[in-house]
Design a protein around this ligand. Structure first.
Ligand SMILES: Cc1cc2nc3c(=O)[nH]c(=O)nc-3n(C[C@H](O)[C@H](O)[C@H](O)COP(=O)(O)OP(=O)(O)OC[C@H]3O[C@@H](n4cnc5c(N)ncnc54)[C@H](O)[C@@H]3O)c2cc1C
Length: 267
């Protein structure tokens, strides 16, 4: 072991376990509801990108303009709780949408939806702003015997679903059901001959308040063969789609990955 170097910073694996400080390089408006924030950090050349739904926790200053204090060890959660509230960073979950290890850059697509800290950060991010990033790995893992994939989600799942589609092989087949506000919110996803995308528009309805995806799925004849389903978005949407797939479509629970990415609060 070399002396004088913090051993915890030597491997990508260790990097995974503690937050690093990143700096905003650019902010790009993708559409009315989606903003890409591109960040850089010297350690990103050792970041182990694990797959298209790679989760990162981002740490934001407790107030705009406040200092960013990051936990220093892999026991980051208890360490965070021990920080005085005034300096404790705010933590949110996001997906790595673009990653360039050589340039030490990462792009994260933020849904802007209200006054939450994640949204607010994305709206006003400017070059030089700092945030913390902690890698948490990926979950997308279609089994070898998968014949086709079903991808279902709202805007928060778009970064992962777009990345999933981009990494499909030429013979892969997938069907995607994506809920957005309206036509202008549809994302440009590179065409793949084996992928059929259904965009669903909620119009004036509030995000997380419709059953559009479930209804469309119920009406749709799904391909035969062994499916792998990846479902993410508002929590009740995700659980209702999963229940439909298990009880009405006969999918086994291990054929389904599902994750509530956010929860709609009643007002
Ligand atoms: C594994 C994982 C990956 C994720 N990847 C992404 C990603 O790449 N991009 C992304 O934008 N989000 C992603 N999310 C979802 C994101 O973490 C939540 O939307 C988060 O709540 C946003 O934080 P905030 O500070 O903006 O709002 P919060 O302070 O958490 O919430 C404030 C209010 O806004 C509501 N709210 C939260 N999210 C939304 C929304 N999308 N639309 C409408 N109302 C909302 C809440 O119900 C709450 O009432 C991911 C979540 C998980 C678990």
């Amino acid at each position: 072991m070399s002396l004088g170097v913090d051993p915890g910073l030597q491997t990508g694996l260790e990097l995974v376990r503690r937050p690093i400080t990143a700096t905003v390089l650019a902010r790009t408006v993708l559409n009315r509801r989606l903003i890409r924030v591109t960040v850089s950090a010297p350690e990103l050349d050792r970041f182990e990108y694990a797959g298209p739904d790679h989760l990162v926790r981002i740490f934001l200053p407790p107030r705009p303009g406040a200092d960013l204090v990051l936990p220093q060890t892999e026991r980051w959660w208890p360490e965070l709780q021990d920080l005085p509230e005034a300096s404790r960073p705010i933590v949110r979950n996001y997906t790595v949408r673009a990653f360039d290890p050589a340039a030490r850059r990462m792009g994260i697509d933020f849904v802007v939806h209200g006054t939450g800290p994640g949204s607010t950060f994305a709206r006003s991010a400017s070059p030089g702003d700092r945030l913390g990033i902690l890698s948490d790995g990926a979950d997308y893992a279609p089994p070898q015997d998968t014949d086709w994939q079903l991808l279902v989600g709202d805007e928060t799942a778009l970064p992962a679903i777009a990345a999933i589609i981009e990494q499909l092989g030429p013979d892969d087949r997938a069907m995607a059901f994506l809920e957005v506000g309206d036509r202008d919110d549809e994302l440009r996803i590179p065409r793949h001959p084996g992928v059929r995308i259904h965009w669903l528009h909620r119009g004036e309805a509030r995000p997380g308040a419709t059953d559009l995806l479930l209804r469309r799925l119920r009406e749709t004849a799904l391909p035969t063969g062994r499916a792998y389903a990846w479902i993410a978005g508002e929590s009740s949407l995700v659980t209702s789609v999963r229940r439909h797939l298990v009880t009405e479509r006969g999918l086994d629970k291990p054929q389904i990955y599902f994750c509530g990415y956010w929860r709609r609060m009643e007002v």
